[in-house]
Ligand binder design. Structure first.
Ligand code: PLP
Length: 413
């Protein structure tokens, strides 16, 4: 991880909130309390303005045009790539592939990096993965006969590292793990896991969808081969995300989608593919998404990810203590290293009922399996209620959550 150099003023959450227009919304007559940040985050004005301004002043297709607007749009698009590279501390912007989100990034790696895998080759994941880091490997299992191995988690929701190590083998082609769990909040000891994977000669993909909004990430310090994230969980637009890949690997990987922009020349006899990263970006990309992602990266970098992490950690500790006082409430995910996610059940109340009653109080939380059904199965439950914190949440909002949950208790008394 990159060492944080904190020269900024103290974290002023009141001021931060002013940057997010939607936070002044009222829901059922109550102030919105938005605690569904792990599903998607709200957008600061800078992101909204950048996307609006793109359409008002720059809109045109990129890379192919010689006209003024196309050149401006291309420059803005590639400047965002450079920004994303700096954000992850990648060695070169060509290691940044723009994709739809973490899901598409993982599918790209499965289809392209996994193109040469044979029956019996192995991919190692953990029991706490999001479905998007399970199903792409199952598709390869069904079509190609690869083996999917799963490292177990303990009751706290931490990966059992001895088992993880034991499941590595000379056939392990890739270790693909969440940096942070969306269902439990567990921050995986990825540095250690990468070392173990390297020892077995396996490549490593980190699913950073839940990590980048909450922790500083340095792909070179981590020495992972691939890193995936979604813009919309990072206060940026939907439909845009990043796959970081080491240049040496991306160069060798075959394209996974064909079309415009990913080629240098095409004839019916022979097509020459474009250089990386364009080789992986077939067709007109989500230009306004990329242009909106740049100010989102600036925004979190400006606040400082170490400061954001400290703020959210304070909320997590405060909320964990307060929720633990509620009779019949059980928290799932008590890892020692944890991001701002609180998954819980309330005895005798279906999680969907919790969500519906809280909604009446203006509180937005998530209920269900959180696209992590194996996690639910691990604890013998079908669903949880989940509050997840973002950089604009406050202790009074946690108090509102606790008051809402007491109200749920009364309704089901
Ligand atoms: N990985 C994790 C850990 C997630 O939490 C999510 C979304 O919730 C994803 C991957 C998929 O992200 P997206 O739907 O933006 O592609």
């Amino acid at each position: 991880m990159r060492a944080a150099v904190e020269t900024r003023p103290a974290y002023d959450v009141r001021k931060v909130r002013e940057d997010f227009p939607i936070l002044s919304t009222r829901v059922h007559g109550k102030p919105l309390v938005y605690l569904d940040n792990a599903a998607t985050s709200q957008k600061p004005r800078a992101v909204i303005d950048a996307m609006r301004s793109y359409y008002e002043t720059l809109n045109s297709n990129i890379h192919r045009g010689v006209h003024h607007l196309s050149e401006l749009a291309t420059r803005a698009f590639e400047a965002a790539r450079l920004k994303a590279a700096r954000f992850l501390n990648a060695a070169d912007p060509k290691e940044i592939v723009f994709v739809r989100g973490a899901t598409e990034a993982i599918n790209l790696v499965a289809q392209s990096f996994g193109a040469g895998w044979k029956a019996g080759d192995e991919v190692l994941v953990t029991h706490l993965e999001h479905h998007s880091n399970i199903v792409p490997w199952q598709i390869l299992r069904d079509t190609r006969g690869i083996v999917l191995r799963v490292a177990p988690i303990d009751d706290r929701g931490e990966v059992v590292l001895e088992e993880f190590e034991r499941l590595l083998s000379p056939r392990t082609k890739l270790v693909s793990v969440a940096h942070v769990s969306n269902a439990l909040g567990t921050v995986n000891p990825v540095q250690r896991m990468i070392k173990l994977a390297r020892g077995a000669g396996a490549a490593v993909l980190l699913d950073g969808a839940q990590a980048v909004p909450h922790l500083p990430v340095d792909v070179r310090a981590l020495d992972c081969d691939f890193y995936a994230f979604s813009g919309h969980k990072l206060y940026g637009p939907t439909g845009i995300g990043v796959l970081y890949g080491k240049a040496a690997l991306l160069e060798k990987m075959p394209p996974w989608q064909g079309g415009g922009d990913m080629i240098l020349s095409v004839s019916f006899e022979k097509t020459v593919y474009n250089r990386i990263p364009h080789k992986f970006e077939a067709g007109t990309p989500h230009i306004e998404g990329v242009i909106g992602l740049a100010p989102a990266l600036d925004y979190v970098t400006g606040l400082g990810l170490a400061a954001i992490a400290a703020h959210e950690h304070d909320l997590l500790v405060y909320a964990t203590a307060a929720l633990s006082e509620i009779q019949g409430l059980r928290i799932y995910g008590t890892a020692r290293d944890k991001a701002g996610v609180l998954s819980f059940t309330l005895e005798g109340v279906h999680p969907h009922d919790i969500g519906t009653i809280l909604d009446q109080e203006g509180l937005a939380i998530r209920t269900g399996h959180h696209c992590a059904q194996p996690v639910m199965e691990r604890y013998g439950i079908a669903a949880t209620a989940r509050a997840s914190f973002g950089l604009y949440n406050t202790r009074p909002e946690v108090d509102a959550l606790v008051a809402g949950l007491r109200r749920v208790r009364e309704v089901f008394a």
